[in-house]
Ligand binder design. Structure first.
Ligand code: UDP
Ligand code: MG
Length: 329
């Protein structure tokens, strides 16, 4: 495996309205790829694959320009905005037909580019999956850090196997990509699925920087929806918690019944109306919340049952094969 001939690396970068960040990112990543190639770690067929996730600015024009200017770049244009996870999947599944290994990263250089060297070394030493793990989040806002780290802890409590402080900066071998291709779910949460693949894994620590160019494409709403995909896509525990809450309420109501009967027997004036109002609202709220949780799962099951395609590729640049749709990917 140490023969660079066979180590074609595709660095896959999803881009949504990234015209500001792309030129600098392209330059930095190209320098890194050339250095790896020069050192004989990856083959000369290695590429930087930029996936345009239906951007509304000049992202695709920028990508097409890069592909024209250098054979090291390849471009994939999705037919519309499908979100980060789908864009990344589209890139990985397209790269799978050309690469021996892929590394996915964001377009904003927040993740330390030098971690790539260590990832490739782990691959050469036999790892199929290498996770980039943030050792420090000092540059993130307090809110983002607290919510993100709290979220990893909640997922772990729910029994989901996720790598703490790892997002989507990771290396995947072709074998791991082939396994990933078997997962057909709509609501995709890659960092929850990848640990299910198995194979030999390794981790690489790096410091996460602040975004320098352009602004975050992950508003709170998208973060929450990704978080929900993570929890509900990976775990059935919330539904079981509903059952537990129901049983506890039932027990409580039994205790109240005993209390009321005793009050009748001994002639105590029994509890004020405030407590009755409280219990009505409490049980009502519990019922509605439970219905919501169960409904959310039912709705997700319904959406998944349609098996809708997750993305369409409108065109590609700098790739030898014809554009691939999900079906023939
Ligand atoms: N992204 C995407 N589609 C989207 C939103 C984001 O492809 O609908 C890409 C974006 O261009 C970037 C990566 O996903 O390369 C991560 O987004 P961002 O850096 O804005 O997220 P943050 O670092 O703020 O969590
Ligand atoms: Mg970012």
């Amino acid at each position: 495996m140490d023969n660079a001939q066979f180590n074609t690396l595709y660095i896959v970068i999803p881009c949504y309205n990234e015209e500001e960040a792309l030129p600098k990112t392209a330059e930095v990543v190209l320098t890194k790829l050339r250095a790896l190639e020069g050192a004989g770690r990856v083959s000369p067929q290695s590429r930087i694959m930029l996936v345009d996730d239906g951007s509304r600015d000049r992202t695709w024009e920028t990508i097409a320009g890069l592909c024209d200017g250098s054979e090291y770049f390849a471009g994939v244009k999705l037919s519309r905005n499908r979100g980060h996870q789908n864009a990344l999947l589209a890139g990985l599944m397209t790269a799978r037909n050309h690469a021996d290994l892929t590394i996915s990263m964001d377009a904003d250089l927040q993740d330390d580019i030098d971690a790539i060297d260590k990832m490739v070394e782990h691959y050469l030493a036999g790892a199929d999956v290498v996770y980039g793990v943030r050792s420090k989040r000092a540059e993130d806002t307090f809110f983002k850090r607290m919510t993100a780290e709290g979220y990893y802890k909640v997922l772990a409590k729910l029994g989901c196997q996720v790598v703490f402080n790892h997002a989507d900066y990771r290396l995947l071998s072709r074998r791991a990509l082939d396994a990933l291709a078997e997962y057909g779910e709509q609501s995709l949460f890659l960092r929850g699925i990848v640990p299910m693949l198995g194979y030999k894994t390794a981790t690489v620590e790096y410091e996460r920087h602040a975004r320098e160019l352009g602004e975050s494409k992950y508003p709170l709403s998208k973060m929450l929806s990704l978080a929900a995909d993570g929890v509900m896509g990976l775990s059935l525990k919330p539904v079981r918690y509903v059952l537990t809450a129901g049983l506890i309420t039932l027990l409580l109501s039994g205790a109240f019944l005993v209390f009321a009967l005793l009050g009748l027997i001994w002639g105590y004036p029994f509890l004020g109306w405030k407590l009755i109002v409280f219990s009505i609202w409490f049980v009502g709220g519990l019922l509605l919340t439970s219905l919501g949780v169960v409904g959310e799962y039912a709705g997700r099951a319904y959406m998944e049952s349609k098996h809708r395609p997750r993305y369409f590729i409108e065109r590609t640049e700098g790739l030898s094969a014809a554009p691939e749709t999900e079906d023939n990917a």
